[in-house]
Design a protein around this ligand. Sequence first.
Ligand SMILES: [Zn+2]
Length: 306
Amino acid sequence: MTISFITHPDCGLHEMGPHHPESPARLRAIQDRLLSSGLDMALRYYDAPLASRDQLCRVHDPEYVEQIFREVPEGERVWLDPDTCMNSHSLSAALRAAGAVVLGVDQVLSGQSRTAFCCVRPPGHHAERNRAMGFCIFNNIAVGAAHALHAHALQRVAIVDFDVHHGNGTEDIFRDVQEILFCSTFQHPFYPHTGANVVSEHIVNVPLPAGTDGRVFRAAVESHWLPRLEGFRPELILVSAGFDAHAEDDMSGLYLVEQDFAWVTRQIQAIADKYAQGRIVSTLEGGYALSALGRSVAAHLDALLG
Ligand SMILES: [Zn+2]
């Protein structure tokens, strides 16, 4: 069994300043770990295509998409929000990041692959319908989910998000979309200070207090996510795979370790095997402690390989 590993060199050229934690070094740390662990032998590498304007406009306002195309700077960076900026390569990176999830969805739904991992940046789950936010420009996983609904006529797509931050953008885009079940665990209270209140029957928000460890995280997933995923019977599962809840990641105050990411991956896979012919497309969100990020992605992919 192999995993489609979708990435692109442009994702390493988007750069937000020498001290910005969301840096090109993240992708290098992942690649280095996959090589040193031998896991790269089980991966099939694909270049991420550019997402089209039509694909983006299924989840973003056309005016917002046009704004991002206009903002590309010739020289210096342009700031989109206090945490997020663009250099001359950022538009291409953002289009590839969203396009990666579209390609992953096409591959698993055509049977070309059972699982795909999109090793891309910028991340996406904070990007709302009409604004960039929290290192995110386009909402990559939302673009992929909308593609599954509209281009492949799926009726039930689950998005699970274990990044330490709430996926406010994904919630913003899909809160009224019955075909999407969004399950999220996140530290709370914490950036972006959303998600504490359930806003829809199709949004399963599980706030976790600072200090939460793997035991509490696993219990929360078992009692809140899994019954809802079972009831929903997804035809496809998309994963917002953020690894910033790792104990070594000082971006957050949760204490997960790579075995917890492997465990949650196996739970997701069991649901996918039962209802979705094993079809999973996972995409990188956060994760800023480089060694922990590399080890966590390796554990995630190792679990997906079964
Ligand atoms: Zn995060």
